[in-house]
Write a protein that binds this ligand. Structure first.
Ligand code: SAM
Length: 290
């Protein structure tokens, strides 16, 4: 379908159901077939694939993935859109529409119920920008066996996900996501391909889930706490931010000893540490009497 036709069709469907899009739900609908194709290609779908889509809107991406995948389950929060989607896909037995909040629904149960027959499970989404990070975190923390997660997100957030140490974009979200997945920025997407047009540019990102996390960590919750503390006050040295935000029961000298034991200069900033260094630091804290 041409992009102009999708735009006209999108506006037509919304107008005929008298639907005003809600900014609060991040409703910016994609109207460019090339971008839809890029998302589908990036997901590397096969005819045996199961796809979980978050926020189908009125189904532009849903249709593109349903053309290839064995099964598509789409979770939409907006009760006004659900009957439209159900009608649009009534002749497509491989598409299931579920009304729900992607932050609340039982993902395990959805997968058990709908993806029994599929070979691999993928997530695709043009994510509502107001909940991008919580949704990504939820998907990764679920440890469900997704092959990849291909998402359209705000360009700045995509840069944060893919960021390397010692860059401005590198932060706790970068480390968290890269622990679970390899991140690639697949395409930058200008704002004019959406209806309505958002204020920001977007990007398509692929998170390819690792079979094992990027680094070995004995105490994972401590690892995440160390990362949060390291970035809590970016301008401070690691020594100061760890002391203030995680290890306040220790003396500064004790915190300094921990850093030296982990082979990390206490004067460094958290933003300079790579995943292996965060893991080494966590291990020393974990094995230190506190
Ligand atoms: N997939 C469509 C497209 O590409 O045109 C729509 C994308 S639009 C950016 C985001 C969609 O997510 C909207 O349909 C919105 O109603 C839905 N949404 C917002 N918050 C949600 C949530 N917490 N759970 C599920 N869907 C959500």
């Amino acid at each position: 379908m041409t992009s102009n036709r999708i735009t006209t069709q999108t506006r037509g469907i919304l107008a005929s159901h008298n639907i005003q899009l809600k900014k609060s739900l991040g409703q910016n609908f994609l109207t460019d077939q090339h971008v839809l194709n890029k998302i589908v290609q990036a997901a590397q779908l096969t005819e045996k694939a199961g796809v979980l889509e978050i926020g189908p809107g009125i189904g532009a991406l849903t249709e593109s993935v349903a053309d290839i995948a064995e099964k598509v389950v789409a979770i939409e929060i907006d009760g006004r859109l659900v009957p439209i989607l159900k009608k649009l896909f009534s002749t497509r037995p491989n598409v299931e529409i579920i009304q729900g909040d992607a932050l609340e629904v039982d993902l395990n149960q959805i997968i058990e119920t709908h993806f029994g027959e599929v070979e691999q499970i993928h997530v695709t989404a043009n994510l509502p920008y107001y909940v991008t990070s919580p949704i990504i975190i939820r998907l990764l923390e679920s440890r469900l066996p997704f092959k990849n997660i291909v998402i359209m997100i705000q360009k700045e957030v995509a840069e944060r996900l893919a960021a390397r140490p010692s860059t401005k974009a590198y932060g706790s979200l970068s480390v968290f996501v890269q622990y679970f997945a390899e991140v690639e920025m697949v395409a930058k997407v200008p704002s004019h391909v959406f209806v309505p047009r958002p204020q920001v540019d977007s990007a398509v990102c692929r998170l390819s889930l690792r079979s094992e996390p990027a680094v070995k960590v004995e105490n994972e919750s401590l690892f995440f706490a160390v990362i949060r503390a390291a970035f809590a006050q970016r301008r401070k040295t690691l020594l100061n931010t760890l002391h203030a935000n995680l290890l306040s029961e220790m003396t500064k000298q004790q915190v300094e000893n921990i850093l030296i034991q982990a082979d990390i200069q206490p004067k460094r900033r958290g933003e300079t540490l790579n995943l292996a260094e965060f893991a080494a630091l966590t291990q020393v804290i974990h094995t230190t009497d506190r």
